[in-house]
Design a protein around this ligand. Structure first.
Ligand code: OGA
Ligand code: MN
Length: 289
């Protein structure tokens, strides 16, 4: 098994590893690379649904497929595998969620008190162009913050909105409130120490309807704009161009991700699993770093 850094800020490619034949020692190496790089890419995998669930479970307890804009869309018989797709099934209903549009920068489900630690996508069918998934490294982004911005966010929390998902779709059953102080969501510290490595990282969630606790709304908007512009600079990100058989794993505590749009007439089918949050970000946050 080989580990190759994709960018200094985020991402490593694991090669010469068939997940179906992985040893315990190799898995230890995978976890070490994950702690160091925040996101992992495995190419040329051939995972059955059972093998995908078994691999994902080694990272922690799995969550059932979340409720998305089309409700729950698990793979029949596999409640922990959720389908991310724009394809319409033979019953006329979408087989998955997130459509074909852009998914804006985000971490998964940070509007919860205990957001998922990690998520992974496995590519089954891909459009001829578009649909790249981007990762951004939030430890590097924290470390690269100018001192004045570090001071401005020290000890502060962001409210993470739960109204819209990353595809811009309203979550089933949630009322839209245009004032971020009134919408549904959870507060988390802006700078969190990673529970495994202790490394501080920016924890931003998503931009839409976010709010910095205690500030006037215009001040909060300005600070968030400044933070988001910094965190998504080209030096902290890379775009993953998918091939069928790729598996991409990301640590929600150390990265942001987004997806490019693609032709809605083309087909994209990804299987996804999500690891439960073992701790709330609050519990591991370092104030006043
Ligand atoms: C997700 C997600 C992006 C993609 O599954 O959480 O943001 O590339 N997906 O489909
Ligand atoms: Mn996501």
């Amino acid at each position: 098994m080989k580990v190759r850094e994709i960018t200094p800020a985020v991402g490593a490619e694991i090669s010469d590893l068939d997940i179906n034949l992985m040893t315990g020692g190799e898995f230890d190496g995978v976890v070490e690379a994950w702690d160091n790089h925040g996101g992992l890419l495995f190419r040329n995998q051939n995972l059955s649904n059972e093998a995908f669930v078994a691999f994902a479970s080694r990272f922690g307890e799995l969550e059932a497929a979340p409720v998305m804009e089309n409700g729950r869309t698990p793979v029949p018989g596999y409640p922990e595998i959720y389908v991310v797709s724009n394809v319409i099934g033979s019953d006329g209903k979408p087989i998955g969620s997130l459509g074909a549009g852009e998914a804006v920068w985000h971490t998964d489900m940070s509007y919860l008190e205990n957001p998922p630690d990690a998520s992974m996508l496995y590519a089954l069918e891909l459009p001829p162009a578009g649909g790249d998934t981007w990762l951004a490294g939030m430890s590097a982004a924290y470390e690269g913050l100018p001192d004045d911005l570090k001071d401005k966010i020290s000890g502060k929390r962001i409210k993470h909105d739960g109204t819209f998902n990353s595809g811009g779709f309203r979550r089933a059953g949630v009322e839209v409130r245009e004032d971020p102080r009134e919408s549904v969501g959870a507060y988390h510290p802006i700078v969190c120490a990673h529970p495994r490595t202790g490394r501080p990282a920016l924890y931003l969630g998503r931009r839409r309807l976010a709010y910095v606790e205690g500030l006037e709304l215009p001040e909060s908007e300005a600070l968030l704009d400044e933070l988001w512009e910094h965190a998504t600079k080209s030096e902290f990100v890379f775009a993953h161009k998918w091939r069928v058989g790729d598996l991409l794993v990301w640590d929600n505590r150390a990265t942001l991700h987004r997806r490019d749009p693609f032709d809605a007439e083309a087909r994209r089918i990804m299987h996804r699993t999500q690891i439960k949050g073992a701790t709330a970000p609050n519990a591991v946050c370092t104030q006043n770093i």
